[in-house]
Design a protein around this ligand. Structure first.
Ligand code: GDP
Length: 478
């Protein structure tokens, strides 16, 4: 691991300019002294028609150590809730209305701060809400490997019904394995039809509990406040069923929810503590940034000395601005934090290179992945018309699935969007387009995230290719 272009050229028995030229063809401008990751070296060797075996790959020291807490160390923690749904269905209004139900915040002076997440107390149970509504934020966090959400509240306006982004939000929650509660909003409106929303969603396999299914639907109005208590109680009940627990007696770790550079205060980051307790003065590393917790405040602007699992806090003291979605953890010293941050930066550079050179998941390596134990192939299928979409999904269902099971995580009519690509990146999926192409920033996003997009204009070819992929016989598309 960590060989330079020059060393790699020597090892492969080709000239350095040849290596640099090949790297350029693969979309990377490299210098002689640039370090290449093991993965990049393998891709390069492959492109040069050579075989390499990288031995003794260095361990990623910056990766979080895996810890398994003893069950007696675990204590209940607040659930973390994300609100998603179609534009204008009332996500922001609902988050604001819920925030206002918090008596404690009102008594503390009433001025709540927007730090990216807040908490309310329901019958003595705390609930944490992520304050950035929408599945873009949710998926961006997931695409970077962070899973913070325990419960997704999908908001559907009762006067508008299920819309395209409603379905997208459901896909995202399902792909993440996060349970869904449906908030049927705007029931104060005259033309509200909450039963229609239930019927539309039942058709998408979200059957209301009152109809014998297992999805909780709650009628609410963000405007009048009607139903909010019931929504919060439903969240608490679902959280209790999930038995969410964490160890508070450990060095803190968690996820960066939001961050920015404040002109007066320097880098400011909102951290969600997921394990352990974060304390003032703790040396900390988040992604490629290091520092020490100099000040810590909650969503009410109150100064804290410590914060346990499930708590969002705004932290000052980073050398630079960490990115939303970065994992953070407390380490022994600031010096150690700096070292890990630097190493992480180096690693990210190499990974970005490797990712541009090789796709995360591609149909060609489905079998190789299966041999490594990853036996699920996730697909997103987009087509020009419903008829062909259904035909393709039917064909896929008919494929023999002994080695690899195929799972269509999203199907839809229309061009391949950036949202499709982000879902694919977050779920390691391949995108199949039938008579449709990437639109907007989708092609660029796919390149950046290393997502494979395959486009077709003959239905049987899709099934053919999938079958070939599963048998390990597929040729790369070019
Ligand atoms: P978002 O795009 O999902 O965040 O939606 P907003 O929260 O911005 O709400 C969109 C519009 O719907 C705004 O004009 C809100 O005032 C309105 N709205 C939101 N919730 C309700 C509600 O419960 N009742 C009524 N009548 N209007 C609502």
């Amino acid at each position: 691991s960590g060989s330079t272009v020059k060393e790699v050229a020597e090892a492969l028995g080709v000239s350095a300019p040849e290596v640099i030229k090949k790297l350029m063809e693969l979309g990377e401008l490299a210098t002689l002294t640039q370090t290449l990751s093991d993965e990049a070296i393998e891709v390069l060797a492959d492109a040069l028609g050579k075989r390499v075996e990288v031995i003794g790959a260095a361990e990623d020291e910056t990766a979080e150590p895996e810890v398994e807490d003893d069950s007696e160390q675990l204590e209940p923690r607040p659930p973390v809730v994300t609100v998603m749904g179609h534009v204008d269905h009332g996500k922001t209004s609902l988050l604001d209305a819920i925030r206002k139900t918090d008596v404690a915040a009102r008594e503390a002076g009433g001025i709540t701060q927007h730090i990216g997440a807040y908490q309310v107390t329901v019958d003595g149970h705390r609930v944490t809400f992520i304050d950035t509504p929408g599945h873009e934020a949710f998926t961006a966090l997931r695409a970077r490997g962070a899973q913070v959400t325990d419960i997704a509240v999908i908001v559907v306006a009762a006067d508008d019904g299920v819309m395209p982004q409603t379905l997208e939000a459901i896909d995202h929650a399902r792909a993440a394995g996060v349970p869904i509660i449906v908030a049927v909003n705007k029931i104060d409106r005259e033309n509200a039809d909450p039963q229609r929303v239930r019927a539309e969603l039942a058709a998408k396999n979200l059957t209301p509990v009152e109809w014998g299914g297992d999805t909780e639907f709650v009628d609410v109005s963000a405007k009048t406040g009607q139903g909010l208590d019931q929504l919060l109680e439903t969240i608490v009940t679902l959280a209790e069923l999930s038995e969410l627990r964490a160890n508070p007696n450990a060095p803190a770790s968690g996820t960066v929810i939001e961050s920015r550079l404040d002109t007066g205060r320097g880098p400011v980051a909102t951290l969600l503590v997921q394990r352990g307790t974060l304390r003032l003065g703790d040396p900390i590393v988040a992604g490629t940034q290091a520092g020490r917790v100099r000040a810590m405040t909650d969503y009410r602007g109150e100064r804290l000395k410590e914060a346990g699992p499930g708590t969002p806090v705004e932290v000052l003291g980073f050398d630079g601005v960490p990115e939303a979605g970065d994992r953070f953890r407390v380490v022994e010293s600031e010096r150690e934090a700096r070292r890990l941050a630097q190493e992480r930066a180096q690693r990210l550079k190499q990974e970005a290179l490797a990712r541009q050179m090789r796709r995360r998941v591609s149909l060609e390596d489905v079998l190789a992945r299966a041999e490594r134990g990853e036996r699920q192939l996730n697909l997103i299928v987009k087509a020009d018309v419903t008829g062909s979409l259904e035909a393709i999904v039917d064909e896929i269902a008919k494929l023999p699935q002994d080695e690899v099971t195929v799972n269509v995580i999203r199907e839809g009519v229309g061009g391949i969007t950036e949202s499709d690509v982000m879902l694919a990146a977050a779920s390691d999926a391949v995108i199949i387009g039938f008579n449709v192409r990437p639109v907007g920033g989708a092609a660029a996003a796919a390149q950046r995230e290393g997502v494979e997009i395959r486009t077709y204009s003959v239905i049987y070819q899709v099934a053919e290719d999938l079958k070939a992929a599963m048998e390990g016989l597929l040729e790369p598309e070019q």
